[in-house]
Design a protein around this ligand. Structure first.
Ligand SMILES: Nc1ncnc2c1ncn2[C@@H]1O[C@H](COP(=O)(O)OP(=O)(O)O)[C@@H](O)[C@H]1O
Ligand SMILES: N[C@@H](CCC(=O)OP(=O)(O)O)C(=O)O
Length: 386
């Protein structure tokens, strides 16, 4: 590998913690850091997304993985994160490498301004050859506002820095056509369409969070952002360079053919739904074909308590997600506007502004390669017939 690359490496909990006594696997961390230092010295920009804070903190709060609830995990993360970073710092120093910690939440990644701040911090760390180590800030993230797994968080990071490669190291050699505990499971070396593998990827290890399913979802996010994903076994000598030098088998998830703008990539990779709009079917066709925005007269119903600048998920009347876009109005304003079509926008909301609910320049029409989100449960409290 000669060309300088941006590489995001993701390490699962099962690699960092011994499953029997939940202590740190120093030997693994040592091998990983040695390989990371080697890649960094070759000129590549590397980011590490590391799990492990919950697994390593459980002993301190006297809990086992199987009986830990959400509050236990949040407390365990607060205990385990400093243990993890202390170990990374010590081991990294043996390889003459500096590390930095960045803890983020889904809100940080999905708010455009905070997203750009995180990106700028990472780029600044790269300039000084410091290895950023990212984890979700589990102790502050609320249940419904969590990424929940570092697979998708690492894909978001890859998208953020326009990475060439996302390497997910885990407890198995890669993707199989079913849970590899089944002796008939067959190894899959290359994937183009991840939707073919979503159903066969349930089960997770004792310490893991999302199993192979979230790795497939992450790979989809990465492939849509022009980044290839590699899923490979981690407990191995030179876990990264052995993959990059093709010395062993792994699963490669190829980049999808469509290249999108950074804004569209950010719009498509959503994990949190701020609000939804249902748009009349006859308008959907024009939207998809004509590159138009969504007008207030197109909105049939809305859901969620959203504010101007939030990303809305747009559905047709059959409950199929068709687009995502940045709203120009809050949920309350959208409702008022849609209910008072005979009044000028300015008179309804009290100030002069754009008239589309989502402008054509801020809308992404979803394609076959995007994983769609199901329409939210019908919630009478929020669903407002307009
Ligand atoms: N089709 C599949 N291919 C590979 N692994 C699978 C599949 N289905 C389920 N798994 C399970 O996913 C686990 C890896 O995910 P996980 O435990 O979350 O790891 P990590 O902690 O590295 O994120 C494996 O132990 C494996 O048993
Ligand atoms: N943020 C959590 C990790 C969540 C997670 O994705 O775990 P894993 O599936 O093992 O990568 C932690 O540090 O324990």
């Amino acid at each position: 590998m000669t060309k300088k690359k941006k590489i995001v490496v993701k390490i699962g909990s099962s690699l960092l913690a011994n499953s029997d006594n939940l202590t740190l696997r120093y030997a693994f961390m040592n091998g990983l850091m040695s390989d990371l230092a080697y890649l960094q010295k070759q000129g590549h920009d590397i980011i590490l997304t590391s799990s492990g804070s919950v697994a390593l903190g459980l002993n301190m709060i006297d809990r086992k993985p199987e009986d830990a609830g959400i509050l236990d995990k949040q407390a365990a993360a607060a205990c385990g994160q400093p243990l993890l970073m202390n170990a990374y710092r010590q081991v990294a120093s043996e390889y003459d490498m500096d590390v930095a910690q960045m803890l983020v939440t889904v809100e940080d990644m999905e708010d455009r301004r905070r997203f750009l701040n995180i990106k700028n911090t990472m780029l600044r760390l790269f300039e000084n050859d410091i290895l950023p180590i990212i984890n979700e800030n589990d102790s502050v993230a609320t249940r419904d506002l969590r990424v929940g797994d570092n697979d998708r968080l690492s894909a978001k990071v890859a998208q953020m820095i326009d990475a060439d490669l996302l390497i997910i190291l885990t407890s198995v050699e890669g993707l199989y056509d079913r849970d590899p505990s089944d002796p008939d499971a067959k190894f899959i070396a290359e994937v183009k369409d991840v939707t073919e593998h979503l159903e066969s990827t349930t089960g997770i290890s004792t310490l893991g969070s999302g199993g192979m399913l979230t790795k497939m979802q992450a790979a989809n996010m990465a492939q849509n952002a022009g980044c290839e994903t590699i899923i490979a076994e981690g407990i191995i000598e030179r876990p990264l360079s052995s993959v990059l030098n093709e010395e062993r088998r792994y699963t490669r998830i190829l980049v999808s053919g469509v290249t999108q703008s950074p804004l569209n990539i950010w719009l498509s990779n959503r994990l949190h739904v701020s609000g939804t709009l249902v748009v009349a079917n006859d308008r959907v066709k024009a939207l998809v074909e004509g590159g138009l925005g969504i007008r207030r007269e197109d909105v049939i119903s809305l859901q969620g308590d959203f504010t101007k600048g939030d990303v809305l998920h747009v559905y047709n009347e059959d409950g199929e997600e068709i687009a995502r876009g940045l709203t120009n109005f809050s949920s309350e304003e959208t409702m008022l506007l849609a209910r008072n079509l005979d009044m000028p926008v300015e008179d309804v909301i009290g100030y002069k502004t754009k008239s589309d609910v989502i402008g054509a320049e801020n809308i992404l029409i979803l394609q076959e390669n995007h994983l769609l989100l199901d329409a939210p449960e019908h919630d009478q409290k929020f669903v407002v017939p307009v």
